[in-house]
Design a protein around this ligand. Structure first.
Ligand code: TMP
Length: 202
């Protein structure tokens, strides 16, 4: 890749996204980062978002906290890296807000998008990789850990989020690639590389 690229990995919890983000960043020599919690300020905001004791957070407040995390992250990590000619691989991005706060919490998706355009100064992922894991694999990984506020939000919420990701990917096929997160870690990494190569050759 010649110019720096901002790549985001998206998907439901337990799909192996964080592992694949780290591996992809290494292969590309890119800056590895994450939302939420990719900056010191973001780490504090993330604590609120994930805290099970926070049981009365309004959906709009949740969207604003995620957008504040993102504003700081773009300002402090993503934009400086891109400006310095480095590519960026981010574990989640603005599209998690569209899927979780928009589709999941049922806020107006275009309003969430508008809020985030302002928060990011329009710095937006060039490529989004949607990792689609089998439902039973996700269920197995979930049962093995203590659930946080999002993970404990219920099946209907999570189905809306997954459907949301699929709708977002279908809306912008030039930006999104969907990869089946099945097989070994190496299999999924190879499938990501193939999909990126195929996209570049379009
Ligand atoms: P993860 O960092 O373990 O992937 O978990 C992040 C959680 O935060 C996940 O449940 C999705 C949620 N989230 C949002 O609801 N909105 C956002 O904008 C982001 C980045 C994450």
């Amino acid at each position: 890749m010649n110019r720096p690229v901002y790549i985001a990995l998206e998907g439901a919890e337990g799909c192996g996204k964080s592992t694949q983000a780290a591996l992809l960043a290494e292969r590309l020599g890119a800056v590895l980062t994450r939302e939420t919690g990719g900056t010191p300020v973001g780490a504090r905001l993330r604590q609120i978002l994930h805290d099970n004791d926070v049981d009365d957070l309004a959906p709009r407040a949740e969207a604003l906290i995620a957008a504040a995390d993102r504003a700081q992250h773009i300002h402090q990590v993503v934009k400086p890296a891109l400006d310095a000619g480095r590519s960026v691989v981010s574990d989640r991005s603005v599209y998690s807000s569209l899927a979780y706060q928009g589709y999941g919490r049922q806020l107006d998706v275009d309003e969430v998008r508008k809020l985030n355009r302002w928060a990011t100064g329009e710095v937006w992922p060039d490529v989004v990789i949607l990792l689609e894991a089998d439902d039973d694999i996700v269920a197995e990984r979930m049962s093995a850990r203590d659930l946080d506020r999002f993970e404990a939000a219920g099946d209907e919420f999570h189905q809306r989020v997954i459907d949301g990701f699929r709708a977002l990917a279908a809306d912008e096929p030039e930006r999104w690639i969907t990869v089946a997160a099945t097989g070994t870690i190496a299999d999924v990494a190879a499938a990501i590389d193939d999909a990126l190569r195929e996209r570049e050759s379009r």
